[in-house]
Design a protein around this ligand. Sequence first.
Ligand code: PNS
Length: 170
Amino acid sequence: MELETKKARRAIFPGSFDPLTNGHLDIIKRSLPLFDEIVIAVLNNPDKKPMFSVEERLDMIGEIAAEMQTGACCLVVESFSGLTADFASRKQATAIVRGIRAVADYEYELRMALMNRRLEPGIETVFLVAAEEFSYVSSSLIKQVFTLGGRVEGLVPELVEAKMREKLNN
Ligand code: PNS
């Protein structure tokens, strides 16, 4: 009897990642054992004025991802424009991974998950709970604190901190 070929379990992890925080990294690490491939999907949003361009974010995340122990999971970094559900469908993903830090995240995430399910009924949103130590960490808070001279070590990867310092000094 012929063995059935197992379908790869591909997930996308969409976000702005401006910049990637250790909270994001924590969610990526937690999702590695659950999927065969994870696409870290960086949203290209022309309406926002980001600290880092999409290209800079792709480079930074790519460098960080290349140094991660990913086990059997393949980690890919890509940018996308438009709807997350469309991108997930184009990638033939079966899941959209999102991190939940606190109850406050839930309402917004629930609305997005329900809308994405309406748009793409075959794709499930998988919520992963971030480590407590990162439950208050967000990219916007990191940018604000750093720009005003506060310390952010331990909250973002060292590479991100170095690139933020470069930005501030330019
Ligand atoms: O890191 P963020 O900013 O919390 O990520 C939010 C993101 C990118 C996942 C969300 O804004 C999104 O999916 N944007 C793409 C446009 C879209 O699909 N909008 C409808 C969402 S239901």
